[in-house]
Design a binder for this molecule. Sequence first.
Ligand code: ZN
Length: 170
Amino acid sequence: MMSGFQVTAMPTEIAQQVRATMRSPQYGHPAHDEKLSEAAPCRHCLRLIRAGERALLFTYDPFAGDARPLPGPVYIHSEPCERYRNSNEFPTELRGSPRTLMAYGNERRMIGETLVPANGDFDTALANFASNSDVRYVHVRSTTAGCFTFLSERARGRALDGSAECGNVL
Ligand SMILES: [Zn+2]
């Protein structure tokens, strides 16, 4: 990825807490364990959870620690998985679905959004946002389901991994 934005997956602490407690670490709502009937992205390893594999569904606020909350449902693998490490690469397994890139400035102000089709040019879309100094980070979401998938932030920016909110319950 040449955009200057890096890929930041869900913090491992969040994934571990959900698996250990079967509740949303941020909200306390019960998590739901199910065998998927169709593939969905795991927000921790940023690979696909395949149809027939088990997934945990829970409430997650990707803005935690930075701005007003905007929680929504997310999936992770039910079994432990390794957090996504290739922070300079758009996750390969997630390129095959249409995604909405939503760019935010300070105080979660929405600066713009770009809809990228399946197997489209995600890198150029991110680079375009990176060239706008008002953009602090981009949230990548599923276009079809609307759910948050992962954070893309400036490589040298403050880490926005939400870990400061671990354990908080509204
Ligand atoms: Zn996973």
